[in-house]
Design a protein around this ligand. Sequence first.
Ligand code: HEC
Ligand code: HEC
Ligand code: HEC
Length: 422
Amino acid sequence: MFRGGILAGSAAAALVAAGLFVIAGENGARAQAKKESPLETKEDASARPWKRYTGWPTRDYSKYNTLGNLASPPAPKEPRKISGPITGDPKKGAEMVADRNRGGSCLACHVMGPAGGANLPGDVAPDLSEIGNAGREDEWLFNYIYDARVYNPDTVMPPWGSHGFFDDPKINDMVAFLKTLKSPAVFKTELDDPTKRPPPVEKRDNLDPIENPAMWAVDKAPELWKQTGSTGSSCNTCHSDPKTSFQTWAASMPKWEPRLNKALNVEEFVTRHAKATTGASWFMETDENRAMSVYLHFLANGTPIKIDTSSPEAKAAIERGKELSARKVGQLNMACTDCHGKVANHWIRGQWLGEPKGQYDHFPTWRTSLLAIWDIRQRFQWCQVNIRADELPPDAKEYGDLEFYLATQNEGQKLSVPGIRH
Ligand code: HEC
Ligand code: HEC
Ligand code: HEC
């Protein structure tokens, strides 16, 4: 099977005969055989074993589901029986609901009376400021916090007890606190009230090099383009006019790649194609890969995203991506669709949750808060580590499926890269 390098004429003819070449007619003009792009197919496209980025939480979440593996304990079948009324300490409970070391705190999603009146509480979940009047049984409250799945299998709420965030006495304290909540929340400022807090609007010009430091990549890439690798070739050897050749290409990615049996995105393509042609080792998440990937997207700016979903393999990959986006992962037991589906367009603490459409067209993107370029895979990785799930290596097949699905939800959106985001 063809695996890289330039094909001799006879081999190329054989592949045309075997149907491996696409015959592309340009403007109805003379049809020409389009060669397949050489790809390194044997090696991984990112470091192994994958090591989490410096500065990210170092905890090991291997006891819980990831996008690659199912490991979480099963949901309880029955509510736990509680004998007698719960006598916890409401003061301690008030501290617990605001404790951000335990998965982000209850206030990330709920407004809770006086404790919810500050610190940018979120509104992805009901305001519990008056839950003390709702006549909830102690046993029900305990179990809802311990593991809400016994009452609501599709709950967005993490299983605080069965996934080990809080022990029974701490849950009792929170139940006692909730029972004291009997009057509407009072907010010190409008910003504190998540229902009044204005959604963020990104007004910066992402293609202005003064506003967007990621534009360095667009300057850097043309140098890399001419850099000779171990084979003696550079990108320029075979593509002397990238601005014309790749004017729309990135907007057609990811694509199903039969030679790898996975959905291939721009970043992974850069690693594998560079290796097979120039010999350069540009692993995903290295500076060279970022610069080149930003550049290839940049060249296609303004092009509406349109990906090829026609093959049965592509359709199956997208279907898998859809399923993965609904898989509960991590100690917090959450799915992409929890935050970016069911409760999108709400605040999770001080962060506005976007919906999938509009989440893809600006990647790779500059992160102002981190002074770094993030590609889409690093974003996927953070959205998992953040809910206490182990991330996968950036070239994982599962991410290919997930990105493929995300791209279908962004069809028609015009590329604008590098993006700029908080
Ligand atoms: C990730 C968001 C999220 C976090 C964090 C969260 N909850 Fe919830 N909670 C929800 C949602 C959404 C509901 C609504 C029903 C559902 O989805 O199960 C809910 C419902 C509840 C209810 C039931 C309210 C009712 O009367 O129906 C209680 C009680 C509750 N949460 C307590 C807590 C406590 C205590 C914490 C912190 C230990 C917490 N929640 C943290 C999302 C969250
Ligand atoms: C030895 C020749 C050669 C070199 C060197 C080379 N390429 Fe290619 N490249 C090809 C061929 C052949 C194709 C497939 C036909 C085409 O699209 O031109 C291709 C296709 C591409 C495509 C389109 C892929 C697709 O799916 O259609 C991009 C983007 C690309 N190359 C970028 C690069 C970059 C970046 C470098 C430098 C790291 C590079 N190429 C180096 C030969 C080469
Ligand atoms: C606990 C909630 C939560 C979960 C679960 C979650 N995310 Fe996110 N995600 C966020 C927040 C917060 C942001 C930053 C604000 C925003 O842009 O929505 C974000 C941002 C993103 C962005 C970038 C949006 C942009 O416009 O730049 C993408 C893409 C994304 N998430 C994909 C995913 C995928 C895929 C999953 C599942 C693997 C996932 N997220 C799971 C909370 C979550």
